[in-house]
Design a protein around this ligand. Sequence first.
Ligand code: LIP
Length: 264
Amino acid sequence: MSVETELRDLASEIAREAGELARRRRAEGVHLAATKSSIADIVTEADREVEELIQDRLRAARPGDGFFGEESEPTAGETGVTWVVDPIDGTVNYAYGTPMYAVSIAAVRGGADPDRWQALAGAVYAPAADELFTAAREHGAWLGDQRLAVNGSTPAGALLGTGFGYDPATHDGDLATVRRVMPMARDLRRSGSAALDLSYVAAGRLDGYFERGLKPWDHAAGALLVSEAGGRVSRLGTAAPRPMLVAGGTEVHDRICEIIGDET
Ligand code: LIP
């Protein structure tokens, strides 16, 4: 067993346990804990409780690793491995009681900078669907025991996913991007969870995905799933306040980048 597959199996085990906790708390009733960047950017008590469980399990299994989670202060490690964690991606869906939410756990080599890290392993668990997407570097991407592969060419147009930030002031610009990309699309999906959007690209349920302003924990695991499923992932405009993430099979990825590339 390689380091990457060991990290993948640990992430998978913890993602399932954390997802089950999130599902239980959802059934018991969700309570708002705070708002962050805007009144729409919420964190629930479950987000914090789930992240605490994940951090405890990781600390017990690999005490020297770093941790970079959405709901806590980053902690440096001394092993060279950092865990990048979104305890409940799709928080607004979760708060509203819609099923598109997931636990996203990734292990990366190096710090928590997506432009410098090397993703080693990832797990995205969707409790409502009981679907566990996993990947280990150079060991493929999987949904359970089913090997994943991104879609190839899209003669009928590409089925694309996208999303919007919590700040309404950014919506006009993001909609302008959607308007530019739509001529290549057959249709558009907006799930509310970047981790699941990327998992769906890896599984061939979407042909491509683009979204501006994601946080590292939103895409750390999902991006590895896409690349291990034979797809491509790029971050455009990394010097901008809201870099653009693009993912898909090579043809779709490259076409989206060609359309968007000059606007970032
Ligand atoms: C969410 C992303 C989603 C994006 C939302 C939000 P969160 O992450 O997964 O793609 O459109 O604005 O950023 O806040 O649920 O962890």
